[in-house]
Design a protein around this ligand. Structure first.
Ligand code: FBP
Length: 553
């Protein structure tokens, strides 16, 4: 690519040198902790993962001199949705491998996990890596959602690894992809293929986190991008004073993104799905809450405001949850449904085959939303919540409710709503310094684990609210994060998904302040765009979620 085709920021970011934890700045040794167990169902997990269960947590520490490590060839896979920083994981891995031995090689499997199975790959060279340093996106090798969980796929993967001499695969993915990475690691160990598997915690959703994984990469940048946009919208609302902005935010099931954006921008209302479920709120309860907020703001003369809606809300409303689960069963491989040529025919088919309660709920929601609920599931069997326009549903229902309040004389304002959905805007943004540094460190750590012959580990960087120099790098056995959950009718070993904890510090802080933020227009915060150059206080700040979780504000 011609340098002239790049923006000044692109050119400058290409030169950015990610900050590393002190321990990763030279030769490292692997310090092993005590044997581990799993977060739940230990006996079953141990039986399912006899080779990879119980391994110790590893911490990387500074070594006096470089020990000689065997030459390795590594294949890397980007799995699932894009998240800012993926290219830096690969750059960190590449640089780490080359520092260990110049003859080490890195291959990229193309288009996600399917690249491994279909033998589509490229060798990643210095020139390619340099082109993608500190950039957003996953376009260096592409990503995909093919589910890697079948021994036949594993065997096909082993064939290409043996052909290329690959001894290790790095899977950069979310909770489902890392679960499958662990299954792959176990399978390759059991079958003595000599192929190691290492995972890396990726997802903007922020739901792959636990005691050892403080946050998944991409969450920081994505939330900062959305918060900038929310701040801009709040400023616009406050200027024209005529619109209510309903802003749906990506994040799949978990509301971490909505909560983080609320902490960064102080909207008038932010719905948290986990709270809706906990309080067993109905759709009507949510609409009433919104309508009453609007009515009380109108009394003070404010006919504008900001309302944040988490993407997965619909799945957390108890009656909707039942409906979605019935739809999952009804529509799985349903040739009859798929053959119905028109929307109305499909709608009637669904109504006839649901239980009476769910049929009623299905009939009560607008046909367009009903249709969105019946669309294809993703390869992991999840409803594609990003396609469900909950914000539009809420606007429509709020309009009706406000009209009722008006007839009763309880509302005298004017309601004009604008809907937004922020998701894809943030997933490939130029990574913040935090994500650029964090991802580079994750990749570098993976190279150390591989060279030491480790398998079934996920890379972990902790102490993230301190300067990068003080971060703690290491590896955590993936089995340590697993339990057994019922998924699509079957008991499965899975990494425990982290939803918003209502007794956790981030939600508690939000809950203590939301009543103030609901009122007037003085509480809005306008975070502005991500800053890459300038003082660390502005450029290197981690998320509010992380700060609060660590007892800092
Ligand atoms: P991952 O969990 O794979 O990281 O994906 C995150 C996400 O961006 C969700 O927030 C969103 O629901 C989903 O991907 C959208 O999927 P798609 O990219 O297939 O439209």
């Amino acid at each position: 690519m011609n340098a002239n085709e790049k923006s000044p920021l692109q050119l400058e970011r290409a030169l950015y040198e990610p900050k590393l934890p002190q321990a990763l700045k030279g030769p490292v040794f692997l310090k092993e902790g005590k044997p581990t167990t799993s977060v739940g169902d230990q006996e079953t997990i141990q039986k399912l993962f006899p080779n990879t269960f119980g391994q110790p947590v590893i911490t990387l520490e500074k070594a006096d001199k470089q020990i000689v490590t065997p030459i390795v060839k590594v294949g890397v896979i980007l799995s699932g949705g894009q998240a800012p920083g993926g290219h830096n994981v690969i750059a960190g891995l590449f640089d780490g491998l080359k520092a260990l031995h110049p003859d080490n090689q890195l291959y990229g499997f193309l288009g996600g996990p399917s690249g491994l199975v279909e033998h589509k790959y490229i060798e990643l060279t210095h020139d390619i890596i340099d082109e993608y340093r500190n950039t957003g996106g996953f376009d260096i090798i592409g990503s995909g959602r093919t589910k890697l969980d079948d021994p036949e796929q594993f065997d096909k993967g082993a064939v290409i690894c043996h052909k290329l001499g690959i001894n290790a695969i790095v899977v950069i993915g979310g909770d489902d992809s890392n679960t499958n990475a662990c299954i792959l690691a176990e399978y390759y160990a059991q079958n003595k293929t000599g192929i190691q598997v290492i995972g890396c915690p990726k997802t903007i959703d922020g739901d792959l986190k636990n005691e050892m994984i403080e946050t998944s990469f991409g969450f920081d940048t994505a939330c900062k991008v959305y918060s900038e946009l929310i701040g801009n919208i709040q400023r616009d609302a406050n200027s024209s004073k005529k619109y209510y902005h309903f802003i749906r935010l990506m994040g799949r099931s978990a509301s971490h993104i909505a909560l983080e954006c609320a902490l960064q921008t102080h909207p008038n209302l932010c719905i948290i799905s986990e709270e809706v479920e906990d309080k067993e709120m109905t759709l009507n309860d949510i609409v009433n809450q919104i309508a009453h907020l609007i009515a009380s703001r109108a009394k003070e003369g404010y006919n504008f405001g900001s309302i944040l809606v988490p993407e997965g809300l619909i799945e957390f409303i108890p009656a909707m949850k039942v409906l979605i689960s019935e739809l999952n069963d009804l529509l799985a491989h349903n040739g009859v449904f798929n053959a119905i040529p028109n929307d109305e025919g499909r709608r009637q088919y669904v109504i006839q085959h649901l239980t009476t309660g769910s049929a009623k709920v299905f009939q009560s929601i607008p046909a367009a939303i009903g249709k969105q609920l019946t669309l294809d599931r993703d390869p992991h069997g999840n409803v594609q919540v990003s396609l469900i326009e909950t914000e539009k549903l809420l606007i429509e229902m709020t309009k009706h409710r406000l009209a009722e309040l008006k007839t009763k004389g309880e509302y005298k304002g004017k309601f004009q709503a604008v809907n937004h959905f922020f998701g894809y805007e943030g997933r490939c943004a130029t990574p913040s310094n935090f994500d650029a540094d964090y991802c580079y460190s994750l990749g570098n750590t993976a190279s150390a684990l591989i060279s030491a012959g480790k398998t079934g580990y996920i890379t972990s960087i902790r102490n993230l609210t301190e300067p990068a120099n003080e971060w703690i790098a290491g590896g955590v056995p993936i089995t340590m994060m697993m339990n057994i959950e019922r998924r699509h009718g079957k008991e499965k070993p899975v990494i425990k998904k982290a939803l918003v904890e209502l007794d956790g510090a981030p939600f508690q802080f939000f809950a203590q302040h939301r009543d103030e933020w609901a009122k007037g227009n003085k509480h809005y915060i306008f975070p502005g765009p991500i800053q890459y150059g300038g003082s660390a206080g502005v450029c290197d700040q981690p998320t509010k979620t992380l700060l609060l979780e660590k007892g800092k504000k």
